[in-house]
Design a protein around this ligand. Structure first.
Ligand SMILES: Cc1ncc(COP(=O)(O)O)c(C=O)c1O
Length: 483
């Protein structure tokens, strides 16, 4: 018989009389409750809490903690939304008492060390971007997109130009059009060409005196570097618009090329994909932005500045869009980013990018023989394979493959994104994976493509829950126990 103890809820394990903790007899005179609490605060019966022994509590939570796949437990090739491995040293440094015991209301003079660190972060991110001015405040990549678009809007308002349209390639991450709409811009998609790059004719047809910003991800979500970028930037600038670089894929180009050098005016970083910070998921992560000189006045406040008296937070910036986050943003995440960048240094960061690209190309070269990669002779940090033929021939979908990979002990790749590839499987290994891990992943993926339909269609088989209704689970989470 199967032991189902570990999948039961605490309430289901409850047995009257069981206790995890037994308090000693009270050895001071008791006071009646009514004397100590107002009548309305006293319940007439005890709350229906589970009664359970210590060992069952421990097993329950320890088991729960193993149900998730994480980058610390499994290979995690989740393209686009990749979570980079967080080196444990950075966690330790960010947890030092000198960091975690600080309070944001302390006077600047008492936090000079931290302000130095943040000032350095501004400087380093400016250098890596090739763009001079940085705000560390946004709390996630998408929040960085929002902040940067508000900066662009403030700029056009200030120079008296009515530009209300943002152009976005159809390969873009969903946050790009969503954020542009939230920032009150009209959104126009720009087609990709057969090579998976920006269709220049379509871009030319859509650029006009209403264009505020062209948002491009480069390398794009197909893992391709758009070599037309200098031409694209000229087209956008000639039309009076700004070029926004979604910097989510900076891991592929760190220290090799810089957005500011290939024509970007503003950009955001995703530290979880590039500098090993925890993922924002809307916050509390980090999504710093970098902008060109003419956009500097509009950045959020505060900015860390250095003057004769040391470092201070500068709020006195009359054209600023104002704060976009309380205090200074997610400082703990910025500390981790600082440690990561300083540990690697300029040459190390370039090696990170080279290894990320090498690992992705190694996988691409092996996988394309059994799962076609439509735009893939070569890739940057990630690539997109398709299960469209498997779907047509044997009704095996990208979802089936992703689910079955869990049985083999691998996190699934991103599926069904980008939208321009049917039955997409978007694979990003990152630079930290060994050849042995990559080979094991290829082997598992190959075996899966040979497995029978029924087995795949009901996968995963090794997880406590197989295929929940994911939409229902997200829209209607059941968070309360009902007897
Ligand atoms: C290309 C791209 N743009 C934007 C984002 C949004 O970033 P975040 O999830 O940090 O809000 C992501 C997600 O990682 C992404 O892959």
């Amino acid at each position: 018989m199967k032991n189902t103890q570990s999948t039961k809820l605490l309430f289901e394990l409850s047995k009257p009389g069981l206790r995890a903790v037994r308090l000693p007899e009270c050895d001071v005179p008791r006071q009646p409750l009514e004397k100590m609490l107002p009548a309305g605060a006293i319940s007439s019966s005890p709350p229906p809490l589970p009664e359970i022994s210590e060992i069952d509590v421990i097993r329950h939570f320890t088991n729960l903690s193993t149900y998730n796949m994480s980058v610390d437990t499994h290979f995690y090739p989740l393209g686009s939304c990749t979570m980079k491995y967080n080196p444990k040293r950075n966690e330790r440094l960010a947890s030092m008492p000198g960091m975690v015991d600080l309070h944001p209301y302390q006077p600047d003079s008492s936090v000079q060390g931290l302000l130095f660190l943040l000032h350095q972060c501004q400087h380093m991110l400016a250098e890596i971007a090739g763009l001079p001015a940085v705000s560390l405040q946004p709390a996630a990549g998408a929040h960085g997109e929002m902040t940067a678009l508000l900066v662009a809007a403030a700029y056009f308002r200030d120079i008296g130009e009515k530009r209300d349209t943002v152009l976005i390639p159809d390969a873009a991450h969903g946050t790009n059009p969503a954020i542009a709409a939230m920032a009150n811009f009209n959104v126009l998609p720009v087609k990709s060409n057969a090579a998976g790059l920006v269709d220049l004719d379509d871009l030319a047809a859509k650029l006009d005196d209403k264009t505020a910003v062209f948002m491009i991800t480069n390398p794009n979500t197909l893992g391709l570097f758009d070599g037309q970028i200098a031409r694209i930037a000229k087209m956008v600038h000639d039309a009076g618009g700004l070029v926004y670089l979604d910097g989510a894929n900076m891991n592929a180009i760190l220290g090799i090329t810089r957005p500011g050098d290939f024509g970007a005016d503003l950009m955001h970083y995703n530290p979880h994909k590039t500098f090993s910070g925890p993922h924002g998921g809307g916050g509390p992560g980090a999504g710093p932005i970098a902008v060109c000189e003419k956009l500097r006045p509009y950045l959020p406040v505060p900015i860390v500045v250095k003057d004769g008296n040391g470092y201070r937070l500068d709020y006195n910036r009359p054209k600023s869009i104002g704060p976009v986050r309380s205090f200074f943003g997610s400082v703990g995440v910025l500390v981790r980013m600082y440690c990561y960048i300083r540990t690697h240094g300029p040459d190390g960061l370039r090696r990170v990018a080279q290894n990320a690209v090498l690992n992705a190309n190694y996988l691409l070269a092996k996988i394309k023989h059994f799962l076609p990669v439509p735009n893939g002779e070569r890739c940057m940090h990630e690539f997109v394979a398709t299960a469209a033929k498997l779907k047509a021939d044997r009704n095996i979908s990208a979802l089936d493959i992703g689910k079955r990979l869990l049985d083999y002990g691998f996190h699934a790749p991103t599926v069904y994104f980008p939208l321009i590839v049917r039955e997409a499987l978007m694979i990003e290994p990152t630079e930290t994976e060994s050849r042995a891990t990559l080979d094991a992943f290829v082997e598992a993926l190959f075996r899966i493509t040979e497995e029978p339909y029924d087995l795949l269609h009901e996968a995963p088989h090794a997880t406590p829950v197989s295929r929940p209704d994911e939409v229902l689970a997200a829209r209607n989470p059941v968070l309360k126990w009902k007897a």
